[in-house]
Design a protein around this ligand. Structure first.
Ligand SMILES: Nc1c(NC[C@H](O)[C@H](O)[C@H](O)CO)[nH]c(=O)[nH]c1=O
Ligand SMILES: CC(=O)[C@@H](O)COP(=O)(O)O
Length: 152
């Protein structure tokens, strides 16, 4: 069975993070960067791109992934339901876009976009009792990079 190595030394990771709901996304970003550092990724090897909102993540994730400057990308955002169906459209477009970039692009892209009914639910998953989705994506991207390298 193929075993992924969570080896961060020398790996270059891109993070595309939405500024919308930055009370949450800043925590996701901290979780991701701290975990990457713990697994050996140097701070200088983490390229962070901030976009207005989750809807803008796929485009920058594609550009970054195709730039040959990173081995993997982490997409971070927090979409919190409001009064209108806008939540559904933003979530669907963002998820589809990130999935397409990961499937069709050269590097793995992790889906670290929270889609919650309340801000409390989002905060719980950004360093609260629900863990930190950003940290989860950090270990996940290193795992995916390792698996992809073994298949090359
Ligand atoms: N409501 C949320 C948004 N909405 C903004 C969109 O993501 C996008 O930036 C705008 O429609 C312009 O294209 N974004 C989030 O990340 N989270 C939300 O809760
Ligand atoms: C997810 C959203 O776009 C949402 O925050 C927008 O809020 P509203 O539906 O009340 O306009």
């Amino acid at each position: 069975m193929m075993q992924a190595q969570l080896q961060g030394q020398g790996k270059k990771i891109g993070i595309v993070v939405a500024q919308f709901n930055d009370l949450v996304t800043d925590r996701l970003l901290n979780g991701a960067t701290n975990t990457l550092n713990q697994f050996g990724v140097a701070p200088a090897d983490i390229e962070i791109i901030k976009v207005p909102g989750a809807f803008e993540i796929p485009r920058m994730a594609r550009i970054l992934g195709e730039s040959k400057q990173v081995d993997g990308v982490i997409a971070l955002g927090a979409v919190v339901r409001g009064e209108t169906p806008h939540f559904d459209y933003v979530c669907d477009a963002t998820a589809r876009g990130i999935a397409e970039v990961s499937l069709n692009g050269p590097v793995p892209v992790m889906f670290g976009v929270l889609t919650t009914d309340t801000m409390a639910q989002a905060l719980n998953r950004a360093g609260g009792k629900g863990g930190n989705k950003g940290s989860d994506c950090a270990t996940g991207v290193l795992q995916m990079i390792s698996l992809q390298a073994q298949m090359a």
